[in-house]
Design a protein around this ligand. Structure first.
Ligand SMILES: Cc1cc2nc3c(=O)[nH]c(=O)nc-3n(C[C@H](O)[C@H](O)[C@H](O)COP(=O)(O)OP(=O)(O)OC[C@H]3O[C@@H](n4cnc5c(N)ncnc54)[C@H](O)[C@@H]3O)c2cc1C
Length: 459
């Protein structure tokens, strides 16, 4: 991104000066269970796609629209991957993974809403700031906005003189409010600590505003959108061999052949090694996988037996608790007696290690400091995500380590002609998001089409 683009981004975001949810970020930079298809689709499809997340489904739909036969092989018993909605537990749709379509004017994932004729709901949550259980005075809100603008300027300056730099070297908090503001850049937005975050990768991502959700939950929408794609569920791919005339795909349910393959699994899965490739992946690609590790961001959803949170519907609350730990929450979502608390980075890792009780305890304590201890006894239902422990995700989204933002382009290169790579981690601009997953799936499908066309022409 050149400096003009970065500056126009700041100008755009600064003009949106109401303190809406995630404005700070914009300034500084299945559910529905699906019936398994009865067959494996075409006996020998043109293209096999590994993973039925947004990237895999977008690739499959692009190829199907071009009259190619496809089969998606998915390890889970559902489609959607990291976009999944729990539509039953709370009486409102709880997106365990992706929830918002950010930068909605240009986000490639808006194509899903358009195709499904779903109207996006603009996210206009008012944000409140609390420190140690007490709401910050008015002056602190103004200072919070100034910290955001200054942070943006500092990052732009740093990238004028250096190819890349860890965000933590540029944004060094001098007081609690700065610490909160910077936590909204690092752990509570990017899922990593500031020292691990590439300023280049972070600033390449489009601003978050305007941000949209969908009434049924984003995961539920993705499940409906992908329902007609032929998917073999509950089938893990373990090896991809492209040394012969066809690509041989070894799965936990037998072997398959295809003319080409698109791999969409998260970098955490690629790095963990249950996947084998013949020929072996290049050193450059293995280095790219290592330098695009998974960030961690989890959600704790809670509902209460009766009204106990005195706040308007969909109120966004951020702050520092009495232990000076940063937190981010939405209280009374969908006008329900409920809350969703977000945790990220090192804290999310520690809470995952300690178990779901620890994450629940953190969330309840942060809310009780603000809304009173009564809510402790009124907890009715809860749900805690643990994306780091999920064997088919191994984290929440990919983050480039400092100096390695361009590794996304290395990962996106085809391997041995007929093995293509997609997934959010491979998109240079929309990485980390459903928009990146969608755009990468379409891109990889077009690459496969070019090869299939060339193969057809030779015959
Ligand atoms: C808590 C959380 C909140 C988020 N919030 C947002 C948000 O608000 N907005 C946003 O834009 N993005 C958000 N994201 C990120 C977003 O969910 C992802 O970027 C996107 O869904 C990734 O899609 P994908 O297709 O690239 O990968 P995935 O959805 O992970 O799809 C890959 C698929 O591959 C499957 N798989 C893995 N291993 C194998 C194997 N060996 N064989 C076969 N299949 C395999 C997996 O089960 C999975 O279904 C969030 C993510 C999380 C976790």
């Amino acid at each position: 991104m050149d400096n003009d683009t970065i500056n126009s981004r700041i100008a755009y975001t600064v003009s949106q000066m109401t303190l809406s949810r995630r404005l700070f970020l914009s300034m500084v930079m299945a559910g529905t269970a699906l019936p398994a298809p009865p067959t494996w689709g075409a006996a020998e499809p043109d293209v096999i796609i590994v993973g039925a997340g947004v990237a895999g489904l977008a690739a499959a739909k692009t190829l199907m629209a071009a009259n190619k036969s496809v089969l998606v092989v998915e390890a889970r018993e559902r489609i959607g991957g990291r976009a999944v909605t729990d539509s039953t537990t709370f009486g409102f749709p709880f997106d365990l993974g992706a929830q918002w379509i950010e930068a909605g004017r240009t986000n490639p994932a808006m194509a899903i809403l358009k195709e499904m004729n779903v109207r996006p709901v603009p996210d206009r949550q008012e944000q409140a700031i609390y420190v140690g259980g007490t709401e910050a005075p008015k002056e602190e809100y103004a200072r919070f906005e100034k910290i955001a603008i200054d942070a943006s300027r500092k990052l732009v300056e740093a990238l004028r003189t250096a190819a890349d730099v860890p965000v933590g070297r540029v944004l060094v908090a001098q007081d609690p409010l700065e610490r909160l503001a910077y936590a909204m850049v690092g752990p509570l937005e990017s899922g990593v600590e500031l020292g691990e975050l590439s300023a280049r990768d972070f600033m390449r991502q489009p601003e978050t505003e305007p941000q949209y959700s969908v009434p049924e939950g984003l995961g539920a929408l993705v499940a409906r959108w992908g329902a007609k794609v032929p998917v073999k569920l509950g089938t893990r791919v373990v090896r991809i061999d492209s040394t012969g005339g066809q690509v041989l795909v070894v799965t936990t349910n037998g072997q398959l052949n295809a003319k080409a393959i698109i791999v969409t699994v998260p970098t955490g899965v690629l790095a963990s090694g249950p996947f084998g490739f013949a020929p072996q992946l290049s050193v450059a690609r293995r280095e790219a996988i290592a330098q695009l590790p998974m960030a961690l961001y989890n959600k704790v959803a809670l509902s209460f037996g009766r009204k106990v949170i005195d706040a308007p519907a969909d109120r966004s609350v951020i702050g520092l608790n009495r232990k000076q730990e940063a937190f981010d929450a939405i209280v009374r979502p969908y006008n329900r007696e409920a809350a969703i608390v977000f945790v990220g980075g090192a804290q999310a890792r520690q809470l995952e290690e300690e178990g779901t009780g620890a994450a629940l305890g953190f969330a309840v304590s942060a809310l009780a400091e603000i809304y009173g201890n009564d809510l402790r006894g009124l907890l009715a239902r809860s749900s805690v995500t643990r994306w780091g422990k999920d064997p088919f995700a191994r984290g929440s989204w990919s983050m480039a380590t400092p100096g390695n933002a361009d590794k996304r382009l290395v990962l996106a290169q085809p391997h041995h002609d007929r093995v293509f790579f997609a997934g959010e981690a491979t998109d240079p601009v929309w990485a980390t998001r459903v928009g990146g997953a969608y755009a990468s799936g379409v891109r990889a499908a077009r690459e496969a089409l070019a090869v299939l066309g060339a193969a057809g022409a030779k015959r």
